[in-house]
Design a protein around this ligand. Structure first.
Ligand code: FA5
Length: 341
């Protein structure tokens, strides 16, 4: 029996040295020391030995068991250390290799143009005022002096919601009322950038969702000359020094008088080309003096206060400035376009 024990010990120690991973040492444990292990089987069969043999063999078997347990512990420690070494070697970083260039993101062209415009207007003393994209019919039309059922409402095709009188704003002008009602009767100079929605056919020049930036100044003795000076300054900073602007009479229910404003063509300088359709001018915005009814609706006495307002499309300005000929490119998520502009 003792010979059998010695042979088992030799075999077990050799097998333990061959175990190269923690999984293999685990399997070794089950083979020799586990509940159904081979040494365990011998220890269980001690009862069949004679009275004289039993203590001797039993003692030796327990010594071997302890020796194997000790050997297992040591082997597990060294296998674990080897595994760590192997992992470190596999994950080693060669610091002398050239780095990988990260892919850089950039601002969306609409945001670039919006920030540029906001910056120019802020330097002229305008403050950004946030106003909602979802509006009531009243704010979008009524309070802005659009008469009920007046065809002027059809100038801007509206997206309605399932809630009566709740619509997606068709322009940023309703924000004028929010700003006025918040600050009246203090003088104000605010700009309102944001999204607008119109139920229009999408074409190279028109989107269903687009951005506008609105400007509003109210105070004592604000005149049309202030509007002209502000817009000329804006055009010079946005499109380059020495730009000319011109005013054409127009109609908006919320301004009187109303104008559309053009800048001399940034491509041909006014001589006439494809971009300006041979006119020498590019339309950039709508503007006018705030209508007395709108002043009153906002909480200002028209006998004491006057003001001007203007509104322009942000994508259209970005298109002019960066030579983009199709507005649909802005929101079709083509990375080649977004990276270039
Ligand atoms: C207005 O929306 C007026 N609220 C502007 C205004 C404000 C006038 C304050 C007076 C005082 P209009 O509908 O022309 O006006 O739109 C203004 C600008 O928004 C246009 O010049 C254009 O640049 C842009 N715009 C209008 N519709 C679209 C569209 N479908 N897609 C892209 N840009 C558009």
């Amino acid at each position: 029996m003792n010979g059998q024990l010695e042979a088992l010990q030799q075999e077990a120690l050799a097998a333990l040295t061959a175990a190269q991973s923690l999984t293999e040492t685990e399997a070794w444990y089950h083979e020799y020391l586990g509940r159904k292990g081979r040494l365990t089987a011998i220890l269980r069969s001690l009862g069949q030995l004679s009275k004289e043999e039993r203590p001797l063999v039993g003692k030796r078997a327990n010594e071997i068991k302890e020796a194997l347990e000790q050997a297992l512990k040591q082997r597990q420690e060294s296998v674990a250390a080897e595994e760590i070494q192997r992992t470190l070697a596999a994950e080693a970083v060669d610091v002398t290799l050239p780095g990988r260039r990260p892919i850089l993101g950039k601002l969306h062209p609409t945001n670039q143009a919006m920030r540029e415009m906001v910056e120019i207007l802020k330097q002229m003393g305008f403050q950004v005022f946030d106003s909602p994209e979802v509006e009531t019919d009243d704010y979008n039309f009524g309070l802005l002096n659009f008469p009920p059922d007046h065809p002027a409402r059809e100038m801007q095709d509206t997206f309605f919601t399932t809630r009566p009188n709740v619509i997606l704003r068709t322009h940023t002008s309703p924000g004028q009322l929010h700003a006025m009602r918040k600050y009246a009767p203090e003088p104000i100079r605010v700009i309102l950038p944001g999204k607008c929605y119109r139920n229009e056919d999408v074409t190279a020049r028109s989107e269903m969702m687009f951005y506008q930036i609105e400007g509003l100044a109210i105070g004592h003795r604000i005149t049309f000359s202030d509007l002209k000076g502000t817009l000329l300054n804006f055009a010079n900073q946005m499109y380059g020094e020495g730009r000319k602007i011109r005013f054409r009479k127009s109609y908006f229910p919320f301004t009187e008088p109303s104008v559309e404003v053009d800048v001399d063509c940034i491509l041909c300088g006014g001589a006439g080309c494809r971009l300006c359709k041979q006119t020498g001018w590019l339309e950039i915005l709508g503007a006018g003096m705030v209508h007395p009814v709108v002043l009153k609706n906002g909480g200002y006495d028209p006998a004491v206060f006057s003001g001007f307002a203007f509104g322009m499309g942000i994508e259209r300005q970005a298109m002019l400035k960066r030579g983009v000929d199709d507005i649909r490119l802005f929101y079709s998520n083509d990375v080649r376009f977004l990276a270039r502009v």
